[in-house]
Write a protein that binds this ligand. Structure first.
Ligand code: HEM
Length: 77
């Protein structure tokens, strides 16, 4: 279920009829990115804040590196 903030992304003069599909697609995209790249906190560690869901107080700064191709599958995105 999209959060209210994410949901606002899909609203203009018209309501996006692809919103549900896009919310599923983004999870698949994230899974593919995590498989191929390593994400590490850059600088300060994120400070969790509990709202309805847990978020980072000041966002999350990440350093992204390509995973070693020998330790990951040869299949591409
Ligand atoms: C992250 C991805 C997406 C974002 C941020 C997004 C955002 C939006 C926004 C803001 C509108 C309203 C535009 C307006 O009122 O002028 C819109 C409309 C629309 N979107 Fe999306 N959209 C996304 C993905 C998709 C996908 C994947 C599909 C189809 C599979 C789709 C199909 C549509 C359609 C058909 C409309 C027009 C709805 C209508 O006129 O009644 N969108 N979208």
């Amino acid at each position: 279920m999209p959060t209210r903030r994410l949901h606002a992304v899909f609203q203009g003069a018209e309501l996006c009829s692809g919103a549900g599909f896009a919310m599923i697609e983004v999870v698949l995209l994230l899974a593919m990115l995590v498989r191929k790249f390593r994400f590490e906190a850059a600088g300060q560690m994120p400070v969790p804040v509990a709202h309805l869901t847990v978020r980072a107080k000041d966002g999350i700064m990440l350093r992204v590196a390509l995973r070693d191709p020998d330790t990951t599958s040869k299949r591409t995105l």
